[in-house]
Design a protein around this ligand. Sequence first.
Ligand code: UDP
Ligand code: MG
Length: 317
Amino acid sequence: MKKVDLIVPCYNESQVVNIFFAEAKRVTDELSGYQFSFIFVDDGSSDNTLELLKGLADRYDCVKYISFSRNFGKESAMYAGLKNSTGDYVVILDADLQHPPKLIPEMLEAMEEGYDCCAANRATRDGDPALRTLFTRGFYRLVNKISEVDMPDGAGDFRMMNRAMVNAVIAMSEVQRFSKGIFSWVGFKTKWISFENVERAAGVTKWNFWKLFSYAIDGITAFSTFPLKIASVLGAIISASSFIYLFYIIIKTIFVGKDVPGYASTITLMLFIGGIIILSCGILGEYVAKIYMEVKNRPVYIIRQTNVDEPKDDYRV
Ligand code: UDP
Ligand code: MG
C-alpha cells in the first residue's frame, strides 16, 4: 500500500486546525489503497495551535506534529515537513482550507498516470485584495522574464510530489528558501490542475504588504542575477555617454573657448550619477546579504517538540 503524507504548516491556526483535520480526514478516509498520515508543523504559534495538534495526535495515530522553537516562516515549516516525511507521495496544504483537500483524489490519479508531481493552480484571485493581485501579477510577469525558472501565476505551494522529487527538493538546502522557484528548478514531470479560489475558513492571513514585498525580492534574487546586469548596463551606458560628452567639451573648449556657467547641468549630472551609484550598491547589497546569510549556514528550523519517531533536525555542519 502506498503511503501518502500530508504536510500542513500552521502558524496561529487554532481557529481552523480542527476544521481542517475533519475535512482532510473525510476526504482521505474515502480513498482506499493508500495509507495517509498527517505531518502538522507548528511554526512557533503563540495561540493554542500546538495543544490542539497534540490533542489530535492523542486521538489519531496518523497525526504527527513538529513544533518549532519560534516562528521561522512557512518556507521553513514546509522544509521541516518534507525532511520528516517518509511517504511515497507527499502533499503540502495550507491549514486554512484554501487548498481544498478534495483535490487529493485528482492529484493521486495524476501520480498514478506517471507524473512526478501534480500542482494546483488558482484559476482566479477572486477575494484577494485588488492591490495584492496587481503586485502579484507584476511579480510573476517580472520573475518569469528575468529568471531561469518558470513560475506560473497563481501557483502556490499546493502540490503532490513523489519521493524522487521530494528528495531533490530537500537536497536544495539553501537557507533562504523560495519554494515556488525550487519546485520549478528541480524539474520533473508536473501536471497542472486548477481550482477556484476559496476564502480562508477562519482566522486571518499571516501576510502583509511588506512581508509579501520582501518575499518577492527574495524570489527574484534567489533565481536571477538579472538585477546585477541592470547595474552593469546602466554603468556602461553612463560611462559611454560621459566619454562622448567629455570629447564634446574638449573640442568645444578648443574651438569656441571656455564657458563658465554650467551649475545646473553639473548638479543634475552629479545627482543622476550619484543615484545610479547608490542604486547599484543597493542591488549589490541584496546579493551580498544573501551570500552572508547563506555562508552562516544557520538551520532553517529548530524543533522544540515533536512526536515524530526519528525526527530530522536541520543542524548543519
Ligand atoms: N504559515 C506558517 N508560518 C508563517 C505564516 C504562515 O506556517 O509564518 C502557514 C499558515 O498557517 C497557513 C499557510 O502558511 O497554513 C498560508 O498562510 P496564510 O493563509 O496566512 O497565507 P495566504 O493564504 O493569505 O497567502
Ligand atoms: Mg491562506
